[in-house]
Design a protein around this ligand. Structure first.
Ligand SMILES: Nc1ncnc2c1ncn2[C@@H]1O[C@H](COP(=O)(O)OP(=O)(O)OP(=O)(O)O)[C@@H](O)[C@H]1O
Ligand SMILES: [Mg+2]
Length: 232
């Protein structure tokens, strides 16, 4: 198959890692050889003198694969900032060629590579080069992770419009209950409105649950993974 998907979100902290981990676990259960990639991770802590990219580690654990960390996560930085800002602060240069070659290696080796961005689609990777540019250069279709709450129509439609402005294929939206909330009118109506105004499918709604591999949540991720595979 040798395909890739890019997981972006309407914001930081919407559940991109949680969703990517849920999908990787579901793909593994389906017998698909799937692997993660987190091109740049910021906000890494130091343990025993080494920077630990927690998102990349979570994704590696969910997929069960074994690869050198530098391939899955070519760049890791300490400041909890946008990659371009964190790199400047640390006096490091992020080079897209290094990301491309790691991605090509994974693409050739695995059935599907699940790439997680950082922040949202307009977050800068370095200087004026945005995740939007990286998605375009890697030629990847995107999945947009959105919140279920009031305000998400605006954020989701802005992300859709931005991706479309560069002719990026949008596979769909995953609405993720990142917090435990009481479902109101906004949460009930948002999926339908987003599908109607955004002209994209809502692939699924993920409930609040500590573990993306818990039986109920896993079932939902398997259904979403089946939909994704049918579009690739
Ligand atoms: N459906 C969910 N149920 C319970 N907790 C969730 C859910 N989705 C996400 N979380 C939790 O919310 C927090 C933020 O999620 P996550 O780290 O996946 O966001 P992100 O979009 O990847 O953030 P970043 O931009 O920093 O990469 C994490 O602690 C995660 O475990
Ligand atoms: Mg993340």
């Amino acid at each position: 198959m040798h395909k890739g998907i890019f997981i972006t979100g309407t914001d930081t902290g919407v559940g991109k890692t949680y969703t990517a981990a849920g999908l990787l676990n579901a793909l593994k259960k389906m017998g698909i050889n799937a692997c993660p990639m987190k091109p740049v991770e910021t906000g890494c802590n130091i343990q025993k003198g080494k920077l630990i990219p927690q998102d990349a580690v979570t994704l590696i654990n969910a997929s069960g694969i074994s690869e050198p960390l530098d391939v899955i996560n070519p760049y890791r930085l300490r400041p909890p900032l946008a990659p371009s800002v964190a790199a400047e602060m640390e006096k490091t240069a992020i080079k897209k060629q290094k990301i491309f070659s790691a991605y090509r290696y994974l693409l050739n080796k695995y059935d599907i590579t699940v790439v997680e961005g950082a922040g949202g689609i307009m977050t800068p990777v370095y200087k004026k080069y945005l995740f939007l540019d990286l998605i375009k250069d890697l030629g990847l279709p995107v999945i947009i992770v959105s919140k279920p709450v009031l305000g998400t129509i605006n954020h989701t439609l802005l992300t859709i419009a931005t991706a479309r402005s560069r002719k990026i294929n949008i596979l769909g939206i995953i609405i993720n209950h990142v917090c435990r909330i009481k479902k109101g009118a906004a949460e009930r109506t948002n999926p339908e409105i987003i599908e109607y105004l955004g002209r994209v499918p809502v692939l699924g709604v993920i409930p609040y649950s500590k573990n993306p591999a818990s039986p109920l949540t896993e079932k939902i991720f398997v259904r979403i993974a089946e939909k994704i595979l049918s579009c690739l």
